[in-house]
Ligand binder design. Structure first.
Ligand code: FES
Ligand code: FE2
Length: 433
């Protein structure tokens, strides 16, 4: 079997046959995982958190860039900074909790203490080091961060592309999320986190895929049928698109504009342009921003933000936060399928005992099991669906003047995923497919 350096061996795209296939080694090979960390997670921008998680001075959340633990914190002065969560003494993490409020981080190992802007301010038994010992050289490592409409991204790279370059057209979707409500959105404090035995790309593939819904989520669709009187329609007006730079969107198009019962308030107060308001009223979207965050747009009943953390080739962590508008009429702030009881909705679908999330986790793990390991024979997954019907005119029109479209297809097609893999291959191997 040839080595992974041959991209042609990992992705087999045959235009004449209309096939696009990826080797299952991309989900299992430690060398590929290492390359992904270097080129994607440490070489570019990664989503870290939302500014509403850092409302007060000294609020912090912890997260990761690839396998590097990170703290995102609002300092006493109100500045948001990113720090590597790693003591400069002997490398223990200095902050152990997922979120909280603290002026200092004291390392649990030998007690070195850092202020929350990263300065090393306390070394127990300082006399054990010579006077010439340079304490300033041992501050927590700062991370470059960028805040786009409240969404905070971080980069470990020395010279990354600008955040605008990285986001490209994903910025249009973030604008809708950030500007639809005059005071923006806020993440609810609770979160759900699961360790899943599946490669991080399998999680991303499954997040912009309408094809699996009636099958993997059969129990949900059956229950829904009893409520709304019909089954999920695989030919519904959904599209998936790759909008460049690995970013994928799943869009549910509405036949007519729908503003909902909160219209008058929203139309009066929103910071969106008239064009953006119209677009938002005609489309419901889910965006997977490369490489690690999936966000349901504001028109979804279960508005969530999911962060994917790659742990190893075969393991990932998925953390789900839910969000609501900060302002607006009371019902608006609490809007959900089960009105006034949003947690019911969230638990019903997305908790470990919910209807949807366990289905997804199960099928993702089944795919990982099917991939075997990288020492096995070379097997291929098929991502050809919809190759013959990309870029239909009416779909392109739906995103006109709103977002760049690299390619677009039906919601059940693999169109966006193919775009994702072409971008992935370019970053890893510097080659076009
Ligand atoms: S490892 Fe942090 S104080 Fe020793
Ligand atoms: Fe699903």
């Amino acid at each position: 079997m040839s080595g992974f350096n041959s991209i042609e061996d990992l992705i087999r795209y045959d235009k004449s046959k209309g096939t696009f296939r990826v080797s299952t080694r991309i989900y299992t090979d430690p060398k590929i995982f290492e390359l992904e960390m270097e080129k994607i997670f440490y070489g570019g921008w990664v989503f870290l958190g939302h500014e509403s998680q850092l409302k007060e001075p000294n609020d912090y959340v912890t997260t990761h860039i690839g396998s590097v633990p990170v703290i995102l914190v609002r300092t006493e002065e109100g500045e948001i900074v990113g720090l590597v969560n790693r003591c400069r003494h002997r490398g223990s993490v200095v902050c152990l909790t997922r979120m909280g409020n603290s002026k200092f981080f004291r390392c649990p190992y030998h007690g070195w203490t850092y202020s929350n802007d990263g300065r090393l301010v306390g070394i127990p038994d300082r006399e054990g080091y010579p006077k010439t010992f340079d304490v300033e050289d041992l501050n927590l490592t700062r991370i470059r961060i960028a805040n786009k409409y409240g969404f905070i991204f971080g980069s470990l790279a020395e010279d990354p592309p600008s955040i605008e370059e990285h986001l490209g057209s994903a910025e249009s979707f973030l604008r809708v999320l950030g500007n639809k409500y005059p005071k923006g959105i806020r993440l609810l404090e609770g979160y759900m986190s699961a360790k899943i035995r599946a490669n991080w790309k399998i999680l991303l593939e499954g997040s912009v895929d309408h094809y699996h819904v009636p099958f993997a989520h059969e129990s949900t669709t059956e229950a829904l049928k009893n409520v709304v009187g019909r089954r999920i329609d695989l030919r519904a007006m959904n599209s998936v698109a790759h909008i460049g730079n690995g970013h994928q969107v799943l869009i549910v198009h509405r036949e007519t504009a729908q503003f909902g019962w909160e219209d008058s308030w929203y139309l009066r107060e929103s910071k969106l342009t008239d064009f953006e308001k119209l677009w938002d009223s005609q489309n419901k979207f889910r965006i997977a921003i490369f490489p690690n965050v999936i966000i349901w747009g504001p028109n979804a009943p279960d508005r969530f933000i999911q962060i994917i953390r790659p742990i190893s080739p075969e393991y990932s962590e998925l953390t789900t936060y839910f969000y609501l508008p900060v302002d607006g009429p009371k019902e608006y702030r609490e809007y959900g399928i089960v009105k006034k009881d949003r947690w019911k909705m969230i638990n019903l679908l997305h908790s470990p005992a919910g209807l949807n999330q366990p289905d997804d986790q199960a099928v993702w793990e089944f795919s990982q099991i099917g991939a075997g390991n990288s020492l096995g024979s070379n097997q291929y997954n098929d991502l050809s669906r919809g190759l013959h019907r990309e870029n239909e005119e009416w779909r392109l029109k739906r995103l006109e003047n709103f977002s760049r479209v690299d390619r677009i297809g039906a919601g059940t097609d693999d169109t966006a995923i193919r775009g994702f893999y072409e971008w992935w291959a370019k970053l890893l191997f510097g080659k076009e497919i």
